[in-house]
Design a protein around this ligand. Structure first.
Ligand SMILES: NC(=O)c1ccc[n+]([C@@H]2O[C@H](COP(=O)([O-])OP(=O)(O)OC[C@H]3O[C@@H](n4cnc5c(N)ncnc54)[C@H](OP(=O)(O)O)[C@@H]3O)[C@@H](O)[C@H]2O)c1
Length: 313
């Protein structure tokens, strides 16, 4: 199966599998088991972050599969992210080394700046530092350009093979591209039928920046029947024509608009289902139906960070 998955060209000359396994909220044994299953299914691209507190389990799954002879280290593309409390330039290498230690790896394939804004540092484990009134303590004295320049040094020292960003808007990308030496290989953004962000995608493409898409399924909540496009029956009906589910229709659509989707699942059957999207083609009529859901609604608005001058939305 793995050999059939298209690869995407990246601006540093490397290639990566055109779909990745998301791992936010995959924890402990569930995380390790599901990453191992994904490797057996053929996934070779894994998305995690210091913030997800599961780098050790993702790393353990990779080590097990290397020991079993299923993969070699160079077969997998491992992405992790610098969290907002580590933005001060002098903390960046320290943060990256914590991540490498968690993974038990010698290098990360791609290290992203998780958000363009920073928080105050109150300890490695304090990911949302709050003041006496319970508000998250933003730290606008750190400009993401300075953080990124410290990340460039990680490429130079070999701790990471490449760097990129996440949740950057067009203006922030333009400013970054003017100031830095190493182009970000990715901008990881929220992308699903309810929030397509075509202008941002087009801008990234024009700069050779690969767009990876988070919440590709809109982070479904079956009890609330949200997002509507997964539960109102229209995409399920489209899927029937191709013997696919509504979720597979969504992933196919995202691939077709040039996104590398990162569906998360700890369920074996869904891990397989989400990977099985490379053998059908949506019609123009189908695409129109999917596009009718693009109302610009965010799953992750990060409202607490609105006061920051670096808030991207
Ligand atoms: N850069 C950022 O700021 C950022 C932000 C958010 C997320 N991310 C990354 O993007 C990844 C994906 O986003 P996400 O996890 O928020 O949302 P998502 O992938 O849209 O949705 C995950 C949810 O969908 C369920 N699911 C998976 N496949 C399904 C299918 N075929 N049919 C029905 N339900 C299915 C999963 O359930 P089960 O697990 O129970 O199967 C889980 O509850 C994250 O895991 C993370 O790696 C990045």
């Amino acid at each position: 199966m793995a050999s059939k998955i298209p690869l995407v060209q990246q601006c540093n000359g490397t290639k990566m599998q055109n779909i990745g396994l998301g791992t936010y909220t995959s924890l402990g044994g569930d995380c390790e088991r599901s990453v191992k299953h994904a490797i057996d299914v053929g996934y070779r691209h894994f998305d995690t972050a210091y913030f997800y507190e599961n780098e050790a389990e993702v790393g353990q799954a990779i080590h097990s599969k290397i020991a079993e002879g299923v993969i070699k280290r160079e077969d997998v593309f491992v992405v992790s992210k610098l969290w907002c409390h580590f933005h001060e330039p002098e903390k960046v290498e320290y943060a990256c080394k914590l991540t490498l230690k968690n993974f038990g790896l010698e290098y990360i394939d791609c290290y992203l700046m998780h958000w363009p804004y920073a928080y105050k540092f109150r300890g490695d484990e304090v990911m949302f530092p709050t003041n006496a009134s319970g508000k998250v303590e933003m730290n606008d004295s750190v400009d993401y350009i300075e953080t990124y320049k410290a990340m460039e040094k990680l490429v130079e020292s070999g701790l990471v093979k490449s760097i990129g960003v996440s949740n950057f808007n067009i203006e922030q990308l333009k400013r970054l591209l003017k100031e830095v030496k190493i182009k970000p290989i990715h901008n990881q953004i929220e992308c699903h039928p309810g929030l397509v962000q075509k202008e941002l995608i087009e801008y990234c493409k024009s700069q050779g920046i690969v767009v990876t898409g988070y919440c590709p399924l809109g982070r479904p909540e079956p009890a609330n029947k949200t997002p509507v496009y997964l539960f109102d029956g229209k995409l399920a009906e489209i899927g029937k024509k191709y013997n696919k589910s509504a979720a597979q229709v969504v992933l196919r659509y995202l691939l077709d608009i040039g996104i590398v989707p990162l569906p998360k699942s700890v369920t074996n059957k869904r891990i397989e289902e989400n990977f099985n999207v490379f053998d059908f083609k949506l019609s123009g009529e189908d695409v129109k139906v999917i596009e009718s859901y693009n109302v610009g609604e965010r799953v992750i608005p990060m409202d607490h960070a609105k006061s920051s001058k670096y808030y991207p939305f």
